[in-house]
Design a protein. Sequence first.
Length: 453
Amino acid sequence: MPSVPLSQTVASLMPRARTELAELVSFASVADERQYPRSESEKAAAWVAAALRGEGFQEVALLDTPDGTQSVYGLLPGPEGAPTVLLYAHYDVQPPLDESAWLTPPFELTERDGRWYGRGAADCKGGLLMHLTALRALAAQGGVPVTVKVIAEGSEEQGTGGLERYAEAHPELLTADAIVIGDAGNFRVGLPTVTSVLRGMAQLEVRVATLEGNLHSGQFGGAAPDALAALIRMLDSLRDASGATTVAGLDGSGTWAGLEYPEEDFRRDAKVLDGVGLVGTGTVADRLWARPSVTVMGIDAPPVVGATPSVQATAGARVSVRVPPGMTAEHAATALEEHLRAAAPWGAQVEVKHCGSGQPFQADTSSPAYTAMAEAMREAYGQEMAIAGQGGSIPLCNTLATLYPQAEILLIGLSEPEARIHAVNESVSPEELERLSLTEAVFLQRYAASKAS
């Protein structure tokens, strides 16, 4: 038996984890060449590949996926007869949005108030460091007890589906007994959590036309059909007076039976302004994890600065709908399109473009891997594992579940509410990184033992 506790070994690796996370965060790996050069993503992919080689991984490869990005793959053989565990994370990140709103540079890991700030620190470059730290701790304690595959995606945030299509074309590549998706997060800092449900998503672009061209609002306003006004009516029809989504054909009555989310906690996490109410009905958990929800992501309309007194001839919007398990993304997209077309006033001409989708996911939390994870979280955190949902989408989960129906899929990660992923001033808790690295290391030990017994 090792003389040093596994927790102490993980703790000793944290300075290295911070140094390497800073290196990885420094790459502006936004998988959109319209915003950042492709070379930034390529440098991040090369960094991940070098890190895997440094840990003794074999068959390390940069996979050219159909969407023009690269995913990084590596294989670390375990003892003969040991189960295979696939560890997933992604190295691409969301754009930093308004860089002037960041208190420190988004691509420079900065410590402040006990947290590490930087784009991708939690979502999901920190997830890669979680995997590496867990494996290093096990190696220092005598070896990794399972065969490990690592896949680091290069375009998860863009939702372009490159890795899903690559996996479908090469189904043998990612086959595993258990899959740990390191792209979720604890319900709250210090509360060990697995995510059992992911809502899927469908996105549409809708364009409305009413006139051949803009018209003077003094000369024609009052009789000329305004495309922007038509679009506003269409978008408003997607919610009822409470703010709940009411798309015809989508059931909005689902309920959540797991961990509850108190309204006061949600208001604090979401930073809802004083006096502003929440939207929808039912519990917060019902609304986030068991019911569909529509979001207007953007509108094509004249900006306020420079606006002219005109009746608008055209207008457009990008709209998404999140869908819980029990619905398909295709059904949701069709229902949303039909609803928008039916809601168009004054015979306005409507064009709809489908812009991508991902299916919802629901895990089997009674499987042996979940038992091993519960034991690992109890050891690392000193308290019982919670089970929560997540409103976001990870389309790869359903691809993996379809390709490998025998595999047990678990979702953990660093994206707890204080991390503010996808927003300005994203950060990661170093304590969470340490505890989750320990959790994953213990999980791999317990899972290997369960398969051997």
